[in-house]
Design a protein around this ligand. Sequence first.
Ligand code: KIV
Length: 266
Amino acid sequence: MQKTTIQDFLKKKSEGRKITMLTAYDFPFAQMVDEAGLDAILVGDSLGMVVQGLENTLPVTMDEMIYHTKMVCRAAKNAMVIGDMPFMSYQTGTGDAVRNAGRFLKEAGASAIKLEGGFEVIEHIRAMTRSDIPVMAHIGLTPQSIHRMGGYKVQGKTGEAQKRLLDEARAVEDAGAFSLILEAIPMELARKISGELSIPTIGIGAGPYCDGQVLVIHDILGLFERFVPKFIKRYANLKEEAVKAIRQYKEEVEKGDFPSEDQSFK
Ligand code: KIV
């Protein structure tokens, strides 16, 4: 199997086949996602919360993103790897935006980058695309804007907000983005946007009519408990399983049952 390309994303949309994507932040998790056959892995700045234990994504740095993206790229044989631009790696200007986006491809081995925002990042998207850096855009709930938005809230609830999101979706496509994440918006709005764009939409909390879906891997595997948004579906309870296994190891060591002769050298 070949590595997924941005052309595959567009082909899947034109054939009405769903695009599958999850986050991963290190080698073993990326290997699992790749082996499961997903189209793409997003090295999201959500790692700030699910890996680093931070309150939000804002403190995550470019160097940390590069470090994690390198690990993921080593594992991803077929899935496309997309690096997520952290807060203040692009908001400071188009030059910074292109330089930092380029690091994901040049230093880490990613095939594309993602950045949050609508009208305010159009120039960045144009400049990155001109520099041969494929861009996934991200509108709706954009976690780096948590302070402006007043929390993690569903976006696009009023007619005016819906019109703005639709216009932003058209603008990012026009600027050259190869796909667009729609986060936490009403499903009918996501349907309308997905129907109007020729690039694929990838939903997270945006209902079933998007061209693909993405979720945070720690959420679907039951490894992050601090809050569980309505749009998460848990497919496993790995934390519970892991604590059980670790407790059993502790008990066996304490009782002298581990290591047995089987785990010892003669
Ligand atoms: O950082 C992230 O993981 C994301 C996705 C949840 C879309 O932006």
